[in-house]
Design a protein around this ligand. Structure first.
Ligand SMILES: [Mg+2]
Ligand SMILES: [Zn+2]
Length: 183
């Protein structure tokens, strides 16, 4: 890593808050450190973009607007929401890289200078891998299971860092940024 980080993509469920499972925006609770983590990135002029699969939208249990409103309340730079069920074969459902590619276009990003933080190896880490982004797995949400019982589902990929949680992940990014500046 010999460059500054342009953007950090953050998964919602199990990474920003909640349990890893679907929780409607009206009931969703961020982890206590999530705003601090987001603000550390913003202070460094690193874009923060949410990246989430929400197949319950396809079932009518929430709307894209519900999620857009939730993310806009975080003061982040963008949010990409896949509303499809995994059976629809869309290009946006992680591990498909469609949302990352669209975000790179919209925000003029080099994805090799971006980081994806998420709790699910077989969706978040594989999507990041497909576009050459840096990969940080958090142990919250499904993270421990991703490293345990489900490791086979993404065995071809090694995360660049395994973080305790989102704040630990952000500290790893900012610590490495100091090294990039010196290098
Ligand atoms: Mg998740
Ligand atoms: Zn989709």
């Amino acid at each position: 890593m010999k460059h500054n980080i342009q953007a950090v993509f953050i998964d919602r469920d199990g990474t920003m808050g909640g349990t890893g499972h679907f929780i409607h925006p009206r009931d969703f609770k961020l982890y206590p450190y999530t705003m601090e983590a987001i603000n550390i990135l913003k202070e460094r002029n690193i874009k923060v973009i949410a990246l989430t699969n929400q197949h319950r939208i396809a079932r009518g249990e929430a709307t894209v607007e519900d999620f857009q409103e939730e993310f806009s309340n975080l003061g982040i730079d963008g949010a990409y929401i896949c509303p499809h069920s995994s059976k629809e074969g869309c290009q946006c459902h992680k591990p498909a890289p469609g949302m990352l590619i669209q975000a790179a276009e919209d925000h003029d990003l080099d994805l090799s200078k971006c980081v994806v933080i998420g709790d699910v190896g077989s969706s978040d880490m594989l999507a990041a891998h497909r576009v050459g982004a840096l990969k940080v797995l958090v142990k919250t949400g499904w993270g421990k299971d991703s490293l345990g019982d489900f490791r086979h589902s993404w065995e071809e990929v090694e995360p660049d860092f395994i973080a305790e949680d989102l704040l630990d992940a952000v500290r790893w990014i900012t610590n490495n940024e100091l090294i990039f500046h010196e290098g």
